[in-house]
Design a protein. Structure first.
Length: 325
């Protein structure tokens, strides 16, 4: 009997939170996975170190700013699926490096879409869109696929442009170019310069006497926080649908950063007010006060529903950091 062909997938941003979870998910489903990593001066593969010797995982050097490498990888692999998770993904830092943010998050996507159109038109493409594409004050929550998108930061602008390019390649060229507008999602693998991870790592260090204070910016911002492994499953589900589309992926619950802090310190029996200090320059020039998503379309199309609750997410992150800091 002929051996079943393994599906192939390219993942950009494979060293990041979502990319690493997606690589694990696809390998568990017997894909051949090609993970795009950029060359940096310190080893940046700790989230995927356990996959590097997997016989069906292939590490490929490339960069979203090096368009030749994106085209070459697309042409060489002609993958069944292409997941674009790579990005300059930190909102506050995008105010400091706006040009780099736009180049990486928008032009990289354009190059991938065009390479797929020209050389591998059957490839299914997923673009990681973000709730930061919303955010104009006064627009009523919850946000769904029809809510006006008026971003408030360079990151949101870069993602919105990439979102429109994805739509254009779908409508104009008939590509399976699909996207999820994902609200915040967290895990122990969250990057250290995101507020949730910064909080849970500080809680663990303070508890162990290795840190005295935690410096934060705006505690009032509210976010819709989900669990990254569940959100990655949602993305894989979107890629299985008959048609490409746009889906909000969110929990439908919102909590302030203050609530996150209180919950995290409470988990180790500490009063957060004794350890948290406000540092003005950590506030964004222009903040989005409230993000809350409505994932009704996603639920109706796929049956997907988040299971992890806010308190469980905070607990899991603190637990991990207590064991690892
Ligand atoms: P992340 O942990 O910050 O990972 C970003 C990845 O992109 C890393 O692997 C990073 O590589 C890579 N990258 C950055 N610049 C690159 C470049 N020039 N060329 C190639 N790769 C580059 O982000 P995440 O949380 O996994 O998020 C995945 C995607 O979803 C991102 O596009 C993000 O904007 C989007 N998103 C995330 C959320 C969320 O709450 N997590 C919500 C909505 C949308 P290094 O490891 O070398 O830095």
């Amino acid at each position: 009997m002929a051996k079943k062909r393994r599906k192939t997938a390219i993942i950009t941003g494979v060293t990041g939170q979502d990319g690493s979870y997606m690589a694990e998910l696809l390998l568990s489903k017997e894909y051949e996975v090609y993970g795009l990593m950029r060359r940096v001066s310190t080893w940046n593969s700790r989230r995927i170190d356990h996959l590097l010797e997997h016989p069906h995982f292939h590490k490929k050097y490339g960069d979203l700013d090096d368009h030749a490498s994106l085209i070459a990888l697309t042409v060489d692999v002609k993958p069944d699926e292409f997941y674009n998770f790579g990005a300059m993904s930190q909102v506050r830092i995008s105010f400091e490096i706006p040009r780099d943010t736009i180049t990486t998050n928008t032009l990289g996507v354009l190059t991938i879409l065009d390479a797929i159109r020209r050389f591998s038109p059957k490839t299914r493409f997923y673009q990681a869109s973000s709730s930061e594409m919303f955010g104009e004050p006064g627009v009523p929550v919850p946000f769904n696929e029809k809510t006006p998108m008026i971003p408030q930061n360079p990151y949101g602008v870069s993602k919105l442009a990439a979102y429109h390019l994805t739509q254009q390649y779908r409508h104009g060229y008939g590509l399976f170019a699909t996207t999820g507008i994902l609200f915040n999602h967290e895990s122990p693998r969250r990057g250290e310069n995101f507020v949730t991870k910064k909080v849970t790592q500080a809680v663990a260090r303070i508890k162990k006497g290795k840190q005295n204070f935690l410096m934060l910016g705006n505690l009032d911002a509210k976010r819709d926080w989900g669990w990254a492994p569940e959100f990655v499953e949602a993305i894989h589900t979107i890629m299985r649908l008959d048609k490409p589309d746009v889906f909000v992926v969110a929990t439908g619950e919102t909590h302030s950063i203050r609530e996150f802090v209180e919950e995290a310190f409470g988990h180790v029996g500490l009063d957060w007010k004794k350890f948290v200090k406000i540092q003005e320059d950590l506030k964004r020039p222009n903040d989005v006060p409230l993000l809350l998503g409505d994932a009704t379309k996603m639920r109706r199309a796929t049956g997907w529903k988040p299971k992890m609750k806010f308190k469980d997410i905070v607990r899991e992150m603190v637990k991990y950091d207590l064991e690892h800091v």
